[in-house]
Design a binder for this molecule. Sequence first.
Ligand code: TYM
Length: 380
Amino acid sequence: MENLNVTPWEVSGELNDAAYSKLVEKFGVDLINDNLLNRIKKIAKGKLHPLLSRNVFFAHRELNLILDDYENGKPFYLYTGRGPSGKMHIGHLLPFTFTLWLQRVFNVDLVIQLTDDEKFLIGGKQKSEIEKFTNENILDIISLGFDPKKTHIIGDYKSAKTLYYYATDVARHITVSTIKAVFGVNDSDNIGKVFFPSMQIVPAFLLSAVSKKKMRCLIPYAIDQDPYFRVARDVLPKLGYYKPSAIISKFLPALQGNSAKMSSSKEESAIFLDDSREQVRKKLMKYAFSGGRDTLEEQRKYGANPDVDFAFLEYSFLEEDQNNVEKIYQDYKSGRILSGEMKVIAAEKISDFLEKLRTNREELKDKVSEYLFDPEKLSV
Ligand code: TYM
């Protein structure tokens, strides 16, 4: 745990329960308790998204104030994002399914930022490559079913004028020593890294700024992104806005079982959106980290550990009916279902999900512009 290091640009060390407890303490976030879950459940008419009920979204910052505002009929909005550094795989899309669920439950506006500039400054990729991924990633994200009237996708290069204008307000309140301490930037890093965080902070008040209505903002992200929003919470009150609230997740497991940031570089490292049914099944069979036992006999006798099993976890994140999930959980844990059978169940669920996305994606190819940030379109 000594070498645990979690920043938006580097995640190293093993991310187990103890590591998350340490991050919660170090970053100063709060755990989501039953009281908050019950409040959300009530608003969502008795249902919770699997990523919430399975404690993947596990921490928050002032989520209670968002719920207070909602219950008092005051507007708020959502903000999340993606760094377009490669093809998106299923693990990248799951956090967006959660944001979509929040958008539908609360019926609110959502800003999605694509930090192409971040990926240029930090990842060392060519601009042409990043541009290609930006366009592809936007299509992947909207294929999940976001409402074009309430969804505002903002690319940093494309909307640089608007973002830069407000980023300078932010930058004026951040010192180089803060950036060094919070992001682990050092003297040999390029200066873009020092300024970039101002760009990612802007959407946390953008809708309040352009609509001239002071509103709270709720930001879903995995805990690696927290440094941006810790700094945002210091700066925004100085600009006359609310501190942003956050709903924070653990890292989702990767296909082969480690839970560090998921890579898009190798085909066998993840399940991609364009994988066929056959490829999904093969990848699960061949590579998926299993919580099963070594032999059939042991598996029948002692059962599996579903909590670390990639196939079970993916199935549980995509299956809306919690009764089904509970049944499969018990059957797998007790040895009634074997690892191979679990993989078949998960493969079907994943392939159905991907197939729907691919159909939507085709239909949306010419409609991307309807989703792009346009101040005129704001209904807030
Ligand atoms: P990026 O592209 O690295 O990640 C996009 C979102 O996915 C989360 N994430 C994960 N979630 C679960 N399991 C994982 N293994 C995992 N790895 C990454 C990230 O925390 C993020 O929420 N700079 C950002 C883009 C961004 C953004 C935002 C993200 C701009 N504004 C506001 C969240 C909120 C980035 O490169 O994300």
